[in-house]
Design a protein around this ligand. Structure first.
Ligand code: URA
Length: 199
């Protein structure tokens, strides 16, 4: 099939990409991260999920979406009967950006310059995986994939394209659900998020 790349080539492609990232001229804050966190999943996955950046747990583990947002994502994927290991899961920004407050490392949202700097690495991952559909989780991913600042709320029901012409949809980031203060809103938003994933 045209969409599938021989596994050996792709493994080399990902290793090469990681090497390029390790050698890249990145923002100063990136050197304070433990390690780069690249995407994971099968080449040729039909669906690719793109988050924002690794969090504290992802930074330590070197794996995307293994912290609180990842656990919520796993639970919702399970409800939607979408097996996570069939997906390619990655982030727009490959290092954890944080400020230190005592012993805690507090997440900092990547800015437009950060998104631009990491964009070639995300584009390269999309090119290696060649998914049928890319799903942006939140505004950072949507900006990285389209090259434009767009609100997720207005993009959620649209059939979009990445800047490279791949099919793209958008939904909220699972952390958004974790931040909702009210249980009723949280339940409603979680259902909507699950419906987006199932679709
Ligand atoms: N949030 C993200 O966007 N990505 C992760 O990997 C973890 C939390």
């Amino acid at each position: 099939q045209r969409r599938r790349t021989p596994m050996a080539t792709s493994t080399e492609g990902f290793a090469e990409l990681r090497a390029q990232l390790l050698a890249a001229d990145l923002p100063e804050w990136a050197s304070r991260a433990t390690q780069p966190v690249m995407g994971e999943g099968p080449v040729g996955a039909a669906l690719m999920l793109v988050g924002e950046q690794p969090g504290d747990e992802e930074d330590l583990a070197g794996r995307a979406f293994v912290g609180p947002a990842g656990r919520l994502l796993n639970a919702v994927l399970e409800e939607a009967e979408v097996p996570r290991d069939a997906l390619f899961v990655t982030n727009a920004v490959k290092h954890f950006k944080y400020t230190q407050q005592g012993r805690r490392r507090l997440h900092q949202t990547p800015d437009a310059g950060d998104i631009t700097r990491y964009r070639p690495f995300l584009r390269a991952e999309v090119a290696l995986v060649r998914p049928r559909l890319v799903l942006a989780l939140g505004a950072t991913a949507l900006r990285a994939l389209t090259g434009r600042a767009m609100p997720v709320t207005k993009s959620r029901d649209l059939h979009l394209k990445t800047a490279d012409g791949m099919d793209l949809r958008a939904t909220v980031h699972p952390s958004y659900l974790l931040r909702l203060p009210d249980a009723v809103a949280q339940r409603a938003e979680r259902q909507r998020f699950a419906a987006d994933l199932a679709r």
